[in-house]
Each structure stands twice: as C-alpha cells, then as structure tokens.
Design a protein around this ligand. Structure first.
Ligand code: BES
Ligand code: ZN
Length: 867
C-alpha cells in the first residue's frame, strides 16, 4: 500500500531559503533534454542548516555547491527531491539534469504536444524540469537559454523579453530570454517547435509598445484572429477598469493540442489548450467564440492578479483564481450582455459548484488540507470564489471596490500573499465590518435562506422574515451563519419597486440588505398595498432561496430585474416538472406563462432563449434524495411536448423568422437568434414529426455556422435517428482531420440519449481520430459519456464499470485527467440500493488498484467515505 500524505494549512511555514536568481539552459534533443540550472540561494531563516530541493522524475548528472562538485555521499537523493547540508547565508548551486519530454504523458513539466515541446508547471510541475524550491512564495528572477535544432525548432520561447539569438554549429541555434520580474517557478514556461503565428502590437496607456504574438500549428494561423482581438480588448479593459498596464515588451500565446486544463498564465508566455485559441465560423460554435474571449482575458488578467501578486501557498489559490474569474466575468459582461453573462455564470455556478458543495468532495473556497493540490482547481475555488469577491463588490460599490483594489496593488505588488491581505484591502474601503463575512472562506456547503412575509395593512408595513439554514460541513460539524448582501425589492403590480425604508437592518445602495443574523425580522415601512416579493436580485448572494410566496407568473411577466425574472421561470419549471414526476398534471399556469414569454416581442432574443430553457437534468437530480434519471427525462420530454403542441404554430413561425443560414456574425443579436432558434427547434423536434425533422435536417446541411449545424445534428441524433446516421457520416467525413471538431463529434455521440450509446463509445475508442493521451479527446468521448445521465446511470451498472476501467487506464498515463473522470462517481451516496452496490464495487476496485495516483485516491476515498 502506498502512502498518500495529507498537507495541512496550519503547518505552513515560510521557506527557510529562497532563490533570488535562476539561470536555466535547455539543450533540446530528439529524445531527451539536458537542463543546466544555476541558482543563487539566500538563507531566510538563520537557523536553517539543510536545503530541500524538490525534484521528480529527473536524472541528476552533476551538482556543484559554491563551485564545489558534490559527490553522491555529500547529499541525499530521494524520490521527490534532494536534501543537502547548507550552512551559509548565500550560495550558488549549479545542477545538470536530464529529462524525457516524450515519455511525459502526465503533461506536467516539459512535455511534447504533437511536435511541440511545451511546459505546464502550475501547481507543482517545475520539479519535473529541474531541482528547485517549488513553492509559490519563492519568487525568482529567471533567465532562460534554449538550444535546439533550427529545423525542428525554429521557434524558441520563454518568459520575459528576448535578449539575444545566435546560430551555432550542427544546425543548432540559441535564444536567450530574460524575465526582469521575480516570479514563482510555477509561472516558468518554455516552448520550442516549428510553429506558425500571427502578430500585432498594443500601445499601453503610458505609451509603451508591446509586441503581441499568437503561435499555433502551421496552417491554423487564420484561426487566431478572434483570440488576438480578445487579447487587445482585455489589455485595454484592464487599463480602463483597474488602471493596470502590461509590464513586458512582449506577450506571447501558444496554442497546443495536448493540455490538461484550458490555459495557463505563464509570465509573458501563456500556453493555451488550442480549443481556447483557434476558431473560425465554420468550425467553432458561438459558445467557443465566447469561451476564447473569456479565457484569453482570464489569463491576461492574471498578470496582475496572480503573477505580480501571487499566492503564498496553494491553500490560497482562490486569491488569484476567484478574483481573476470575477474579473473575467466583468470583462465578458462589458464586452457582451451583462444579463446574459450573469445568467450563464449563475447557471454554471449552480450546476457545477452547488453540486460539488453538496457532495462528497465539498470544501471551502480556501481549503485547509489536501492530498493532491491538483484536485482543488474546482468550481468551488473558482466560481464560488468569484461570487465571494462579487459580494464584496456589491457591498463596497463600484468606486470603493476600485479603491480597495488600488490598495491591494499598491501594498502587495511583488509579494506572495493570502486572502487575508486581500480582505484587509477590501476592509480598508468597506462600509461594514467584514469579520463575519470571512466565514465564506472557511466554511463549506450552500446556505439556504427561508423567507416569508407578513403584510400589516393598518401600518402599511411589510415584515420580511429571513432565516439562514446553515448545513453541517463534510465532517458533520455545525457551521455558523454568514454575512451577505441580499438585494431585494417589494414590487407594485406594475413591476415598479417601492423605496425600501427600515430601521431593522443596514440597507446599502437602496436595495441591498446586509444580512448577518441567523434569524432576521425586517419591517419595511411605507408600503401602501401588499407587494410582490423579489428576492436575491442579480443573485447577489450565492445561496438557495426557499419561499412559498413568490408569484412566478407575475415575476415572469413584470419583474425588471432580469435575474429574478429568469429565476421565476426556472423555479416554476422545477415545480411543474416535480409535480409531473409525482404523477400530477401539467400546470396550466406554467404553460401560459411560458407562452407569454415566448411571444413577448419586447424581450431580448438571447435572454428569451435563456429563460425558455427548461430546468436541466442536473438541476433536478441535485434535488432528488435518490437519483432517478429516467423519471426526470420522462417528465422533461413530456413537458417539452406539451409546450410544443400548444405553441407549435407560433414556434414554427418564429423559427422561420429567426433562421438566417448565411449569417455567421458573432454579435449579440446574431448569436441570440441562433440560440433561440436552436432552442425552439429542440422543442418542436420532441414531437417526432416528419416535417419538423426534415426542417432540422435542412438546417444541418444548409446553415453556415457551426452552432446551428451542431445543434441540428444533435437533435437529429436524439429525435430523428433515421436521419442522424447520414448526417453524422457527412460530418465525420468533413472533419475527421480537425481534432477540435472531432471533439464535438465524439461528445455528441457520447451524450446521445439513444440506446446503445455505451457500445458506440467503446467502438469510438478505436477511431483513428481518437487518442487517450490527448485530454480534450478523453474529455469529449469518455467525459461526455460519464456526464450522460441516462447512459452512465443505466441500471445494468455497465456505465459504472466502463468509467472505472477508464479511470484506472488513464491514471497510469495522466492522473489529473483520471481524477477529473473519477468525479463522475460523486453521486454515490444518493443512489438506490441496487445501483449503490454496483457503483460501490467499482469504487473499491479503483481504490485497490496498485500504484493509484494521489489524485484519484483522494477523490475516490472522499466519495467512499461520504456514504
Ligand atoms: N492557472 C490556471 C491554469 C491551471 C489550472 C494550471 C490548474 C494548473 C492547474 C488558469 O489561470 C485557469 O484558471 N484556467 C482555467 C480557465 C479559466 C478561464 C477559468 C482552465 O484552465 O480551466
Ligand atoms: Zn486562472
């Protein structure tokens, strides 16, 4: 049995030594790379006598300390590093080691993606490149010399500014990069290969010129323009919104096909999953274009929130990730529609983070322990982290928030800090004490607000009673009530809001209640007639609301806050579907309200598409005590059919008027029209009508945008199988050589509701376009299958067995991807007895597999223990 050590936040101590400078030389050869690393080490703790350097999978060749060549008896070499006696304040360490990038399937450290050498060092990949003090509070000035074949690697990149190039003998060349700004080693990057590129320039607010370049496989250059436009918009936005300017002469982005995550903010040299760079109208959906814009922005924004001010240790991850997600959300809202963006963000939060927070892997946004830090790049650290920042933004208001950010940048630039320093910055401008608010950082699970009201006509008062229901944590301990800003309104029958007046609570910005107590009774005065309640406007706090007094039809028709209007439809949809699942009739008032929104001509097109989406399977599963996917899907399809039958003619007419097959523009209205059209087509496809499937088929072959074609193909797959095979074959033939499009193909097949999906997925593993060493392909084929509720939870249990096989198989190659896949078992505690037995066997089988990674071990044991 191997050891899986837990690391605790409470055990953090500053590093006894630090590395002031590091000069690296890489000699890249075909099957291995030689690394020479010269570090200047400085002692920070005068009592320290022994230096620990991290290092994994390294072939150590030579080691000098202060120019003395060390023999093997002068230090200790272990699996995970070197231990050497070092009793001096300053030292120069020189190390030569060899690494094997082609054999690196974990894609951490230096590895090869296609023909390209590239790195991924966050969080702890640098120790797979050379021996180092691999922790984010050690900040170092790096220089990088790269030597490689001119023919194989005409492009050689690293962090910072280019300082020199030279041609060498034997067809080799050399480049020298120097990064003037100290950084933790997780931000180190290197890229070498034969790459195409597009270039541009940006002139900063102080007039400095920055050279911008995006590198990709040759032939894909034309697909980089959207990413380049997004980069320039991000640079401009950070100057306008935060006064933050870029600080190097160059900003390079490289797109690679094999990448564990979406993208990485390495200083001056971002490395991206090609999915978040490459796009053109033929091959990318509207969602892909939006995703590129926001991920480019996210990584750019890290330059200030993450790189210049970094994390003291990995428990502080939300310091950079939550904050940077908040910043990219605001950017996307400014570039596109604020409401659309907010609804998408809230949807993502509830479908991923709320689910995580109620399951076995729940953790606070600032975790206090981990086995494998890679498992903590989660929806909680990211999306809930961003909501916590957003609450502070709501409390402070736009202007004070900006001042608080200025305080943060002024005081902590160049430092490795924690969320405490961020909170100190916020507190410096906050109208309220944030002490209790800090619980959002240390507690887990989602609170529910139980809200009721009482109207007192005599005194024209409305009493709002709010109780915070605080769930126990994963250790079954009680937790404390939160402080939060709750935006509310009391509405007159035309949808206008009464001004809020109350002596019982801190009211901020007119309509925000600062809620601190577990139970609250708030009397609002000056309310002439019983008002309609509008709660948690804009989703001002990341909580569930339970209130039986909400008038959904009213809110769907009259509420001016887009979020609450959407939410009314969403909650009404849930109520309707759950009644149907319990054998009830379809609620006629829901059908009418739905129809009213459908036919509301004043409604923004994209918003209409969002509000007309029925509650998802995930949403409904989340609410079940025992998972029953079949009954959810049955109710969903039935409701779709009822709606489609009732509004068939209206819908068909709308589809006709929205359909614009040659328009591939990506402005809000064009995307809104496609989204609404696809949604409506889905509604009427549920009727199984020949003429509608013929229409859908026509859209598939005729429309020029990938959004419409993919969505039509998906509908054919699920509702018109007789037409699907021809379409799928056509699609496959067109795109079999374009891996980013093949991801969509695999994902569509693996998400199918048709029977036989498991067999199909198994067969697709031997498709020439599939490769289980490429994370995107694993996610699109195996990951999509694991997220396909009908197939995964099939009563046979074969879905569980298949995914367990894949977790084990992929863990041997890439633990990070395997543990992502293992998350599919998170609903274990909520299964029926029979299913639980089946899944339980698979979980035990994984757990007992020899040489299991920390990554998978941590996830699987949490799931097993939760039961
Ligand atoms: N720093 C992360 C990338 C990362 C994550 C590296 C985990 C190593 C391990 C990067 O800034 C990031 O957050 N990327 C996201 C996309 C972003 C838009 C939320 C990702 O890769 O999913
Ligand atoms: Zn990030």
């Amino acid at each position: 049995m191997q050891e899986h050590t837990t690391i605790y936040f409470k055990d953090y101590t500053p590093s006894p030594y630090t590395v002031d400078t590091c000069s690296l030389e890489f000699i890249i050869e075909e099957s291995s790379t030689r690394v020479e690393n010269i570090m200047t080490i400085r002692r920070q703790d005068p009592t320290a006598k022994v230096l620990h350097l991290n290092g994994e999978m390294l072939d150590l060749e030579l080691l000098w300390v202060n120019d003395i060549l060390y023999s093997e008896d002068m230090y200790t070499k272990e699996e995970d590093g070197l231990i050497l006696p070092l009793d001096c304040d300053d030292a120069r360490i020189r190390i030569i080691n060899r690494i094997y990038p082609d054999q690196n399937t974990a894609l951490e450290g230096l590895y090869r993606s296609g023909g390209i050498w590239c790195t991924q060092n966050e969080p702890e990949g640098f120790r797979r490149i050379t021996y180092f003090i691999d922790r984010p509070d050690v900040m170092t000035r790096f220089t990088t010399k790269i030597i490689a074949s001119i023919e194989r690697c005409p492009i050689l990149l690293s962090n910072g500014n280019l300082r020199g190039t030279a041609t060498l003998d034997n067809g080799k060349h050399l480049v020298l990069w120097e990064d003037p700004i100290p950084k933790p080693c997780y931000l180190f990057a290197l890229v070498a290969g034969d790459l195409g590129s597009i270039t541009d320039t940006f002139s900063t607010m102080s007039g400095k010129k920055v050279d911008l370049a995006i590198y990709c496989d040759r032939g894909n250059e034309e697909k980089c323009h959207h990413a380049m436009r997004s980069l320039k918009k991000s640079m401009e936005w950070d100057e306008n919104e935060y006064g933050r300017e870029y600080d190097l002469e160059v900003y390079n982005i490289v797109a690679v096909d094999s990448f564990n995550m979406g993208a990485m903010e390495n200083k001056g040299l971002n490395i991206f999953n090609s999915h978040y760079v490459l796009a053109d109208e033929e091959t990318a959906t509207d969602g892909d274009f939006m995703g590129i814009e926001s991920v480019i922005a996210h990584e750019y924004f890290h330059n200030w929130t993450g790189n210049r001010i970094t994390c003291r240790n990995w428990f502080e991850l939300t310091l950079k990730e939550g904050l940077t997600v908040f910043r990219d959300q605001c950017f996307s809202a400014d570039m596109n529609s604020e409401l659309t963006q907010r609804l998408d963000d809230v949807r993502a939060l509830r479908e991923r983070q709320f689910v995580e927070d109620s399951g076995p892997t729940a953790h606070p946004i600032k975790p206090d322990h981990y086995i494998e830090i890679n498992n903590f790049y989660t929806a909680t650290v990211y999306e809930k982290g961003a909501e916590v920042i957003r609450m502070m933004h709501t409390v402070l208001g736009r202007e004070k928030f900006r001042h608080a950010m200025d305080y943060y940048f002024e005081n902590f630039d160049g430092k490795a800090v924690g969320t405490e320093e961020f909170l100190e910055s916020m507190q410096s401008q906050s109208p309220v004490d944030l002490t209790q608010f800090k619980r959002w950082y240390s507690q887990e699970r989602t609170p529910t607000l139980k809200i009721s009201s009482e109207y007192r006509s005599g005194s024209a008062e409305l009493v709002l009673r709010i109780v915070q229901m605080i769930p126990k944590n994963t250790k079954n301990q009680d937790q404390l009530p939160y402080a939060m800003p709750l935006r509310v309104a009391l509405l007159a029958s035309d949808g206008s809001a009464y001004p809020l007046q109350s002596d019982d609570v801190t009211l901020m910005h007119e309509d925000v209640i600062w809620l601190e107590n577990e139970t609250n009774e708030i009397v609002f005065t000056g309310i002439p007639i019983p008002p309609y309640l509008s709660l948690n406007r804009g989703f001002s706090a990341p909580v569930n609301i339970e209130c039986s007094e909400l008038d959904f039809p009213f809110l769907m028709a009259y509420e001016r806050d887009g979020f609450v209007r959407f939410e009314a439809a969403h909650q009404f949809g849930i109520e309707t579907l759950e009644a149907m699942m319990n054998g009830g009739e379809v609620n006629e008032r829901y059908i009418e309200s739905y129809g009213a929104v459908l036919q509301d001509e004043a409604c923004d097109t994209m918003f209409k598409s969002q509000i007309l989406e029925l509650p998802s399977i995930t949403t409904l599963m989340q609410r079940q005590t025992i998972i029953d996917v079949v009954s959810i899907v049955k109710a969903q399809e039935e409701l779709k059919q009822v709606l489609a039958k009732r509004y068939r003619d209206v819908i068909l007419e709308m589809i006709d008027s929205l359909y614009d097959p040659t328009n591939t523009d990506i402005d809000g209205l064009s995307m809104g029209k496609r989204s609404l059209k696809n949604r409506l087509l889905g509604m009427v496809m549920s009727l199984g009508d020949k003429s509608v499937s013929a229409l859908c088929e026509k859209h598939y072959y005729e429309a020029l945008s990938m959004s419409e074609r993919l969505s039509a193909l998906d509908l054919l797959e699920n509702y018109a199988p007789e037409r699907a095979s021809k379409g799928l074959e056509h699609f496959y033939t067109l795109y079999k050589h374009q891996t980013l499009v093949m991801n969509k193909y695999f994902s569509l097949c693996a998400s199918s509701r048709r029977i036989g999906t498991l067999e199909r997925v198994k067969a697709l593993q031997s498709d020439p376009a599939y490769d289980n060493k490429v994370p995107n392909l694993v996610r699109s084929l195996i990951g999509s299958f694991a997220r396909n509720p009908l197939a995964f939870y099939d009563i046979s249990g074969e879905g569980f067995t298949f995914v367990a096989d894949k977790v084990i198989e992929i863990d041997a190659l890439n633990p990070q991807i395997a543990s992502g896949l293992a998350g599919a078992f998170k609903n274990y505690p909520k299964l029926s007895m029979e299913q639980k037995t089946l899944m339980g066997c698979e979980l035990e089988r994984i757990k007992n597999h020899p040489n299991l990674s920390n990554n998978v071990y941590e996830i699987i044991t949490k799931i097993l223990e939760a039961s």
